[in-house]
Design a protein around this ligand. Structure first.
Ligand SMILES: Nc1ncnc2c1ncn2[C@@H]1O[C@H](COP(=O)(O)OP(=O)(O)OP(=O)(O)O)[C@@H](O)[C@H]1O
Length: 337
């Protein structure tokens, strides 16, 4: 069964919300941040929503969390409408927001205890803190935590209600490599226990390693989706080497479509093995060595950058350009702070 179903989702910020951009997303004024997005997440799956800044990830996830009503389309979490049937959905989901907004004078343990107090069937606060590696920091005030430790606390609070569906909005931002690795391990462990995880992240390597499936958003739309392998497979592989001394680029085999910059040759191809073979046979017959030879499939990062750049060329917008935006949400109320 699908734990999350999104069908034809649209979300428009009206001019009154601060969305004053015209001519981008319709003629009625306001700004359409999510434009006909559809995807589903199976029970027990880790699904990553990727995209450049302002692509519409948070605007989508907020609807799934029941914090905002869709302008059009339907959304179901565990079979319910998260906005109109919030009371059925909320106790079974965990939400880790981009900024917790917790009272910074409280200690870590007091914060977790307070959160457990408003959560049904909560884990013991200490257990949640141990899970995220804050067991030794329980008496520290929230304001004294590092950025990465705060993210761990946010995660502990999201886990306190033993959620069936967990929303993680950029969970590892600000964490050191160890924190990122621990979080990835924890997310895998949660999946093994049957938890469904929807995650947004800017760390593409993390998404590549963690996600069962993913979708890349660009200007409010999904522009690529599938398993990480499927998304990457659509992109060309790359062969690079240095042009051997005494040879010219025009001497390279004709089937090898190469870009040459100085002596550095770069070949992009969807047929890595035959093109590489041809190149190696040519080098052997010419009696030359291809220095610094590297051949590799595209990474998710390369696929992502290519998709983002193509989108920017289409939109005529620089990378990361954003519309007007309200402040981040407050975890206590779920409202824009
Ligand atoms: N309250 C708001 N009023 C008007 N526009 C908004 C509002 N909130 C977000 N937007 C705009 O909607 C678009 C999508 O924003 P959103 O936060 O969903 O993107 P994102 O993909 O989560 O970005 P990031 O990676 O930076 O978190 C952006 O252009 C943003 O400026």
């Amino acid at each position: 069964m699908d734990a999350i179903e999104v069908e034809g989702l649209r979300r428009r910020y009206e001019a009154a919300d601060g969305g004053t951009r015209r001519g981008n997303g319709g003629s009625q004024g306001g700004f359409e941040a999510v434009r006909d997005v559809s995807f589903s997440v199976r029970e027990g799956e880790i699904f990553a929503l990727l995209g450049t800044n302002g692509a519409g990830k948070t605007s989508t996830v907020e609807v799934l969390e029941g914090l905002a009503r869709p302008t059009a389309g339907t959304v179901r979490v565990l079979g319910f409408d998260p906005f109109t049937e919030r009371s059925y959905v909320r106790p079974r989901t965990g939400v880790m927001l981009q900024e917790g907004g917790f009272p910074s004078e409280l200690t870590v343990e007091e914060t977790a205890t307070m959160w457990a107090g408003v959560t049904s069937e909560a884990r013991p606060p200490r257990e949640a803190l141990e899970i995220v590696g804050l067991g030794a920091r329980t008496q520290v005030r929230v304001k004294q935590l590092s950025g990465g430790e705060r993210r761990r606390l946010d995660l502990a609070l999201a886990l306190i209600g033993r959620p069936e569906v967990l929303f993680l909005d950029e969970p590892t931002t600000g964490m050191d490599p160890e924190g990122r690795r621990d979080t990835a391990e924890l997310v895998r462990q949660l999946r093994a226990e049957g938890t469904t995880v929807l995650l947004t992240t800017h760390y593409l390597e993390e998404a590549e390693q963690l996600a069962d499936r993913l979708a890349i958003m660009q200007a409010g739309r999904i522009v690529a989706s599938g398993t990480p392998e499927q998304v990457v497979a659509e992109r060309p592989s790359r062969i690079t080497f240095r042009l051997p001394p005494g040879t010219e680029a025009r001497e390279l085999p004709l089937t090898v479509q190469a870009a040459v910059e100085g002596r550095r040759v770069s070949v992009r191809t969807h047929d890595l093995q035959p093109v590489l073979t041809e190149l190696l046979v040519w080098a052997r017959e010419a009696g030359v060595t291809l220095e610094n030879l590297q051949a590799r499939s595209a990474s998710l990062e390369e696929a992502f950058l290519e998709i983002a750049q193509a989108g920017n060329r289409r939109d005529g917008e620089p990378k990361g350009s954003k519309g007007p935006k309200g402040p981040r949400r407050n975890a206590w109320t779920g409202a824009k702070a």
